[in-house]
Design a protein around this ligand. Structure first.
Ligand code: PLP
Length: 474
């Protein structure tokens, strides 16, 4: 039986009753966000290897891979702890999507030995040499050459070569002699085989001018996506022609580029061309940064932080809430403020210190603090969901589709506050944030107001249906 301090104690309660600050995921939106990417992949006959670092949970990873037959789900992870966690939870095809360095070889090797398909990523002959030396020694220590253990270990290690298509973080420069040398060394190595080429298009974020319309940002993301696709397919084609290397897969795309509606195969279906695989990750949750990048609308964002008012300051026209940098994270994602406030489009979070945040009006107008007594619940939409989620040991899960109608909100609001509370569960449009998309219709219906109709913030919200626990770091 769950104790009051255990998160499970809150299953069945309303999000407005949760201890604050805490992280909430609307699983209905996660489902819809994943289904959209599944449709793109199916319509264009693309492979899909979603990144799971945004949420680091089995539950969301299962939704991201719901398109795949049992046992065939492919994922990318960003830490070896994630790889081990997902391997423990029946994921059999995992790419560790960070360039490999020597201190991680032992753990990576263990994953190679235990999984049907474990892939590493690298971008230098130096890393490849270290991998080859480790493999040689590890295989040599297995004496019984007929054993399953030996046969599993002795398989060639599957390697994606990281390619830099413009983000300038990791990867070889496509088409250069240095890049070809790395690929040739992987193909020619006794202990390695080429899984494919991998590029992360982090440069598809915030493509428009600061504060531009989402359509402009989206067009920019589409241009980055096309350039990445073309660079990867051209590199693969030149490897085939000039080095006789067949590239099985090119793995591309981040959330903004994958949301940009381009045709991804770009002729990749031609004989001899590699198959194209998408590997976005953030789209499972989305966030304000993605709205600004044109990837989604605010009402596609699946996550928020529940915070409470801990101070009211008419002299500075502000409220203080109990969610600061630790609960929201201080990644601006290129935005001028730290979070938007669901249902209160005129409000914004302008200052974060470790455990508290300052809320004020966007345009300097008077904040009606009579609407926000001490303890009032605010739902804050973060700029960068991956970083925000990483600060929370568990996520409270609500389901806005549960019970039939969209947004079945249990509430007691009435009177003049009804519209405001109705909007509480609309991730409102036009919140003054660059790139907000809208408008969308509000989410009803609500359970009728309690007798008397007085607003009772503590008695409204969405019901918690589950608790998800992410794997922790490293
Ligand atoms: N691949 C790599 C190597 C990444 O680092 C990331 C995200 O940081 C992704 C894929 C997924 O990108 P996004 O979160 O934009 O969908």
């Amino acid at each position: 039986m769950a104790t009051p301090s255990a998160p499970e104690h809150y299953v069945g309660r309303l999000d407005s009753e949760l201890p604050s600050p805490c992280f909430v995921v609307d699983v209905a939106r996660v489902r819809a966000n994943c289904a959209r990417v599944h449709r793109v992949a199916a319509e264009q006959r693309l492979g899909l290897r979603p990144h799971v670092k945004t949420h680091k949970t089995v539950e969301a990873a299962r939704l991201q891979t719901a398109h795949a037959a049992r046992g065939e789900a492919k994922i990318v992870v960003s830490t070896l702890a994630e790889a081990e966690f997902f391997a423990d939870n029946s994921f059999g095809d995992i790419l560790y999507g960070v360039p490999l360095e020597p201190s991680k070889l032992a753990r990576a090797w263990a994953l190679h030995c235990r999984l049907p398909a474990f892939h590493v990523m690298l971008d230098s002959v130096e890393a490849l040499d270290a991998l080859a030396a480790h493999a040689k020694q590890a295989v040599a220590t297995l004496a019984d050459q007929a054993s399953d253990e030996y046969l599993q270990a002795a398989r060639r290690v599957s390697v994606f070569v990281a390619v830099d298509c413009g983000y300038h973080r990791e990867g070889v420069q496509p088409g250069t002699e240095e890049a070809r040398a790395v690929v040739r060394a992987v193909v020619g190595g006794r202990h390695t085989r080429l899984a494919g080429l991998y590029s992360h298009s982090g440069n598809s974020y915030n493509c428009g001018e600061a504060g531009c319309a989402p359509e402009q940002a989206r067009a920019g993301a589409a241009a980055v996506a096309c350039a990445e696709r073309d660079a990867m397919l051209a590199f693969a084609a030149s490897l085939r022609l000039e080095d006789g290397v067949e590239v099985p897969v090119v793995s591309i795309g981040a959330t903004p580029s994958a949301s940009s509606c381009i045709q991804w195969d770009g002729g990749g279906g031609r004989p001899g061309a590699p198959s194209v695989e998408l590997h976005p990750g953030n789209y499972a949750f989305f966030d304000r940064q993605q709205v600004a990048s044109g990837s989604c609308g605010l009402d596609d964002v699946a996550v928020y932080v529940v915070a409470r008012v801990v101070g009211r300051y008419p002299a500075t026209n502000s409220l203080l809430v109990d969610a600061g940098g630790c609960a929201l994270h201080k990644d601006t994602g290129g935005l001028p403020d730290w979070a938007s406030v669901m249902g209160h489009p005129s409000l914004t979070v302008t200052k974060l210190t470790q455990e508290v945040g300052t809320v004020t009006t966007r345009d300097g107008s008077l904040l009606d603090d009579s609407r926000f007594p001490l303890g009032a619940v605010l739902r804050l939409v973060p700029n960068h969901a991956c970083m925000t989620a990483a600060g929370h040991p568990h996520y409270f899960v609500v389901d806005s589709e549960a019970g039939g109608a969209r947004g079945a909100v249990v509430g007691a609001a009435g009177g003049d506050d009804r519209a405001a509370h109705q909007a509480e569960f609309v991730v409102a449009t036009g919140d003054g944030m660059p790139g907000s998309v809208g408008p969308r219709v509000s989410e009803g219906p609500r359970v009728p107001a309690a007798a008397g109709g007085a607003a009772a913030p503590a008695a409204e919200g969405r019901r918690v249906v589950a608790v998800w626990r992410p794997v922790k770091f490293w």
